[in-house]
Design a protein. Sequence first.
Length: 172
Amino acid sequence: MSIDSALQGVRLEPRFMRNVVHWVHLPERPARYAPLPAGLDDRLRSALVERGLEALYTHQALAVAAALRGEHVTVVTPAASGKTLCYELPVLHNLLADPQGRALFLYPTKALAQDQQADLNDLVGRLRDPLPCGVYDGDTPSSQRRPIREGARIVLSNPDMLNAGILPQHTR
């Protein structure tokens, strides 16, 4: 079944439609791009270009530039729109500038943290600079917990670990 058929089926369902106030179809539009923000660490620029990203989506470039200026940023976009780079790039930029810096990325679920780690590891691996990353959650084997606590510059976890006091004190 196509997405159009599925949507048409939902639209013809009276029980569903009595909860719908307005239905509109927005046509697709071409992506808008912007150059990589000025001031972004050259190692990050090279890593992005190596991944085939010579420009960012406009919302990514604006968010990263604002974060690099120290501004607070909120990004609200649909799924799979590139929000991850909006926070990863400023954090990586700062970690590259501060060899003692560390970051904690909290995700609502363990599965999302695991998914995000693969992409983050790819980007970090292209930096050719050691920025160890690790997922620290209820599934993390005991043998890996200490090395993550002591050596990871980026820890990916979920709020349950923080609330339970399982994450090390210096990450809170």
